[in-house]
Design a protein around this ligand. Structure first.
Ligand code: SF4
Length: 311
């Protein structure tokens, strides 16, 4: 499965950290009151809701843990290697250096997310997986020459509070700024590029980042660039301000759909071929499963909707 359709270890950690930092400390009566958590929305979770409201509920409302998959873990590993690669002086950013970073970054990933170590029972399976990560890095070097790049920012967490809406949040892999001030947003994908006509989901994510950067920095990125390491394809797009207005209407419509669903409590499963890779299939009502009770306060925390009210 394309790892980009799964929840990325890196993304899950950041989303939880943001949420935890915002949640009011329970029982801290003696401390100054902290603002309540503001509901957030990332491009991945917006896509979850569009794909299947039940999936969105499991991930965002219930916050159920998901076992890592080899593909998702490989995506996290390759992102980490590319991130560290740019720590090196430009002339040292070679493919050999990138391959040399795989082992230490794998060790770091295991330390951060110990469950990924359980993915490989046999040393041969782990070795094969590491080779596949190296192959993706090889493809990256066919797309760009990192010795000629000097990113302005990497792995940057961006967010903006939408008026009367959620906090839009995301992690941008790389931001390049040209000498003339033009901004390019780059995102690495370790899966394969979408077939012609199916790029809209990936571009939605890039428009999301462009919108947040535009709102927070006042500069609309000149170019959005998706680099698919699974098949060596680069997708580029130049956003416009008119497009950003359309995007804002779109994200507000998605958020309204999420809040309407929260009020109704009807997080309907929407089956598709993606169900075969869904972590929650055994508890999904579409497959005879029984979801757990929604934790108290979880709907309000995630969506701002007080269950049972018209808020
Ligand atoms: S198994 Fe399919 S229908 Fe059920 S939650 Fe997962 S994606 Fe949705």
């Amino acid at each position: 499965m394309d790892q980009d359709a799964t929840i990325d270890v890196r993304e899950a950690v950041v989303e939880e950290a943001v949420d935890d930092a915002l949640v009011a400390h329970p029982g801290a009566d003696e401390q100054p009151a902290r603002p309540p958590s503001r509901p957030g929305l990332s491009p991945s979770r917006a896509n979850d809701f569009l794909q299947c409201p039940q999936l969105y509920r499991f991930r965002v409302i219930d916050r159920l843990p998901e076992p890592p998959s080899p593909a998702a873990a490989r995506g996290t590993l390759v992102h980490a290697v590319l991130e560290r690669l740019f720590d090196l002086p430009a002339p040292q950013r070679t493919l050999e250096a990138a391959h040399g970073l795989v082992s230490p970054q794998w060790a770091e990933l295991r330390e951060h997310s110990p469950q990924v170590a359980d993915l490989f029972e046999e040393p041969a399976a782990l070795a094969e997986w590491l080779v596949s990560a190296q192959a993706l890095l090889g493809t990256y070097f066919g797309l760009e020459d990192p010795t000629r790049l000097e990113p302005a920012e990497r792995e940057v967490q961006v967010s903006v509070d939408l008026d009367d809406g959620p906090q839009l949040r995301g992690i941008v892999d790389r931001v390049d700024v040209a000498p003339n001030g033009w901004v390019r947003v780059v995102d690495y994908k370790t899966g394969r590029s979408p077939r012609a006509g199916f790029e809209s989901s990936a571009l939605f994510q890039m428009r999301f980042y462009a919108f947040v950067l535009w709102k927070t920095r006042g500069v609309l990125p000149k170019r959005l660039q998706l680099e698919y390491l699974g098949d060596g394809v680069v997708v580029q797009h130049e956003p416009s301000e008119a497009e950003m207005a359309t995007f804002e209407a779109r994200i507000r419509s998605i958020w309204a759909g999420i809040q309407d669903t929260a009020r109704s409590g009807q997080w309907r499963p929407r089956t598709s071929r993606l169900c075969d890779w869904c972590s929650f299939k055994t508890i999904c009502p579409a497959f005879g499963g029984t979801p757990p009770e929604v934790p108290e306060g979880a709907v309000e925390r995630a969506t701002g909707v007080v269950v049972g009210s018209a808020a």
